[in-house]
Design a protein around this ligand. Structure first.
Ligand SMILES: NC(=O)c1ccc[n+]([C@@H]2O[C@H](COP(=O)([O-])OP(=O)(O)OC[C@H]3O[C@@H](n4cnc5c(N)ncnc54)[C@H](OP(=O)(O)O)[C@@H]3O)[C@@H](O)[C@H]2O)c1
Length: 306
């Protein structure tokens, strides 16, 4: 069995070594132009040339959960596209979202600013019943985040395509329920995949429907959010703030207004990182399962886009 590794912008060598150790029966090589045909590919932002030169791939493992960029490429039609299925990401995402939520709810930025000025001052505690948290997308990451937020006794709402039942989470399904979901939400968390249906989903109209003093946590993709609409609603006071981890252009251009907006906290796309050892173990397990003809989790529905 041949496995080829093709990354843009990431070091390939540790992955090649890790996959060789996990799959001693396979030949694992970094892709080079003109390389022989592989059975499986492990990729991150592969060039189109790679996909064109490897028309016989049976499976393409993306070393991330989101496959929106990969699906923009022309892929060998028979190849399964396989995403990372958690591999340590959902716990990181739960930590990150709970941290952003609690920092906002407990006004920790305000306390930090006060302390820096030598002020010993108190802010009035807010009831958590007034801070309902709405999570868009209840997949591998969204469900874990919803459960974690519910542990802190915030009211939790979830919005998905299919209807779901998650203890402690009021679940809404489909377009027909979207308005009601938004109207009951003060802190909006985006954990949707980026598809034609979800692009620009956080815009002036939808964000205006949040409860007053809303807060936006975007940890999915930058193109879910209309940047200018967010700024307008922050400046009008309808929204209290935003924690943004993902952007339309990454790295965020130096002149982008998000860098300096006083109500925006930003991080450089780091809310849930790919953990190499966990990912290699998962990919190796799936390669072996596929070789035995067994079904695997994490196969992307290419038409649906996630
Ligand atoms: N910032 C970071 O570091 C980072 C790291 C990892 C991932 N991400 C992003 O997070 C996204 C989510 O990851 P995941 O693993 O949780 O994905 P997932 O398991 O594929 O879950 C996606 C969820 O979104 C729902 N959904 C999709 N389209 C919808 C629509 N039009 N309306 C309502 N709900 C819709 C799906 O509903 P159904 O179940 O009903 O289909 C599903 O519950 C990824 O696609 C990626 O872009 C970001």
């Amino acid at each position: 069995m041949r496995i080829t590794v093709c990354f843009t912008g990431l070091k390939t060598e540790p992955w090649v070594q890790g996959l060789r150790a996990a799959l001693p029966q396979a030949s694992v090589e970094e892709w080079r132009t003109g390389a022989s045909q592989a059975d499986y590919a492990v990729v991150w932002a592969p060039p189109q040339q790679f996909l064109d030169e490897q028309p016989r791939l049976k499976g393409i493992f993306n070393i991330g959960a989101g496959v929106d960029a990969l699906l923009q490429r022309r892929l060998p039609p028979q190849a399964l596209v396989i995403r990372l299925d958690d591999a340590g990401m959902s716990m990181q995402m739960a930590e990150f979202v709970c941290h952003a939520l609690i920092r906002h709810f407990r006004e920790l930025d305000g306390y930090e600013a006060d302390v820096k000025q030598g002020k010993w001052s108190y802010r009035k505690p807010r009831p958590r019943s007034e801070m309902p948290v709405g999570i868009m997308g209840l997949g591998v990451l969204g469900e874990r985040v919803a459960r974690a937020v519910a542990q802190f006794d915030f009211p939790v709402l979830g919005w998905n395509r299919a209807s779901r039942t998650i203890p402690g989470v009021r679940c809404y399904a489909g377009q027909a329920a979207f308005s009601e979901f938004l109207a009951g939400t003060r802190v909006l968390v985006c954990l949707l995949p980026l598809t034609a249906e979800t692009e620009n989903i956080m815009n002036r109209e939808t964000l205006s429907r949040l409860l007053p003093g809303g807060y936006v946590i975007n940890v999915a993709r930058g193109a879910h959010l209309v940047d200018d609409d967010l700024i307008a609603l922050l400046d009008s006071g309808h929204l209290a703030g935003a924690a943004l981890d993902v952007f339309r252009t990454e790295p965020l251009p130096a002149q982008h207004p998000f860098w300096r907006h006083p109500k925006i906290t930003l991080t450089p796309h780091t809310s849930a990182r790919t953990l190499r050892d966990e990912s290699i173990a998962q990919i190796a397990g799936k390669v072996l399962a596929l070789a035995r003809g067994e079904p695997i989790a994490g196969v992307v529905d290419v038409k649906r886009g996630y």
